[in-house]
Design a binder for this molecule. Sequence first.
Ligand SMILES: [Zn+2]
Length: 350
Amino acid sequence: MKVESSMTTGLIFAPGLKHTQAGHPEHAGRATAVWDRLVAADVLKQMTVLPPRAATWDELGRVHVRQQIELVTQASLQGGGMIGADTYTTAETYQAAVLAAGSCCAAVDAVLNRQVDDAVAIVRPPGHHAGSQSVEGFCLFNNIAVAARHAQANHAIQRVAIIDFDVHHGNGTQEIFYTDKDVWFASMHIYGRQFYPGSGNIDEVGQRNGNGTTVNIPLPSGVGDDGYDDLMRCVIEPLLTDFRPQLILVSAGFDAHWRDPLANGNLTLNGYTRMINHLHTWAKELCDGRIVFIVEGGYDLDVLSLGVLNLCHTLVGNEASIFDPIGASPYPDTEIDSLLFKVQQTHLLV
Ligand SMILES: [Zn+2]
């Protein structure tokens, strides 16, 4: 229960305005669309806006090899260009990327120092595809991984849960924590050889000390609101409860919405709100409400901005303001009963 006090929801904004490329789906207009929506809805007055800050090399170095940090630095010093097949840089990318990662650390600090109850980090470039030594999928540094390691290094936190509902597999996050028993990672994503990044099958469950702390839910296209809700309640909730997290971090991608141009998860904005409500509730039950939502993908600007607005309304308790002007999907949902059973068999019935 939210006590009537000075406690609020934190919001941190590191939009990476100069890390942008015309015609690329991951451009700066995504962040400004979100900001404009939050301002127009006047929700910021109910939130604590936190100042962004840059991550240090030591903070990045908890997750990434030095060569990766140097690669991004050099690319920016040379004025930018492509790193790999799909990830661009500009002269300002390094600065944007360290601000994105550092701001996620600042959001974690604000939550763990009890300056705020919970927080939303609207940061660019996104992070969940960046591995310990790989830049890919529009991601340079893994913001959520840097934030998780920061929580463990600077606060009395051992067990961190990361839930990734971006429509793409959080392959970088998985790789970084694959042998780690203290960071539990669950990802719900469309899976298939034709769909980026092509990893995240059900049998990828972690290794060595981390055996069982990676949970992959590989989805067909078109799952929709009820399927996602079933997975949240029947898989994520029992496993998360069992893990006993001290902090929950969420890779919040809004590209599983039916209108997203890169994928078809068939979710609606109301379906997103159901998932967010679950996570908010479980954070209150399991770890004193300590949860930070970090924005990842989402390439339809209305969906992304309304999705983040509804997220903010949910966390500050404006239930009556949550809305879905985009509405129901015109496509039928794909049934996932057998998949649900398989994931339960892998993780719950052993
Ligand atoms: Zn994505």
